[in-house]
Design a protein around this ligand. Structure first.
Ligand code: ZN
Length: 156
């Protein structure tokens, strides 16, 4: 795969070439983390995370294992991914949206498609007979004419 072309909108998800090359660099563990600077570049002596100095600052650590980032940033990331998914589901099911782009959009608790056949719930508790601790899926798609419900829980 080459990122040297100037056509930035040449891929399916409209990522710019720079963004895509950053993602590939992250996958290859080749971003400027302190671990990379210490072990590969030999430009630093300390490889520990600059937020919480107990573990090595690797890509994996930053993406999913940093206790400092867990408190807020990972939740924000989860919510933004879920919101984009919600936005796309709304578009597919012809819900009238008040924003053109997913990143401007804040999901409403209940959205209904034009014609009222599909209801999309955001972060709503499901009523159950027995007590279930995690009964609040991110998205519920209810299709009236089929009598079906799809529960979506985003794990990121
Ligand atoms: Zn950390």
């Amino acid at each position: 795969m080459s990122f040297n072309n100037n056509n930035n909108n040449n891929n399916n998800n409209n990522n710019k070439a720079e963004t895509e090359s950053e993602i590939v660099a992250a996958q290859d563990q080749a971003l400027q983390t302190k671990y990379y600077a210490t072990k590969i570049l030999n430009t630093e002596a300390d490889s520990k995370c600059r937020l919480y100095q107990t573990l090595d600052e690797t890509i994996d650590h930053l993406i999913s294992a940093c206790v400092i980032l867990t408190k807020e940033q990972y939740i924000k990331r989860h919510d933004r991914v879920s919101a984009q998914l919600h936005f796309n589901i709304c578009k597919e099911t012809r819900v009238k949206l008040y924003k053109k782009h997913w990143y401007e959009y804040v999901p409403k608790s209940v959205e209904t498609s034009q014609g009222g056949k599909v209801t999309i719930l955001w972060n709503q508790q499901v009523q159950t007979d027995r007590t279930i601790p995690n009964n609040k899926p991110d998205i519920i798609i209810s299709v009236d004419e089929k009598g079906t419900c799809m529960l979506i829980d985003v794990a990121i």
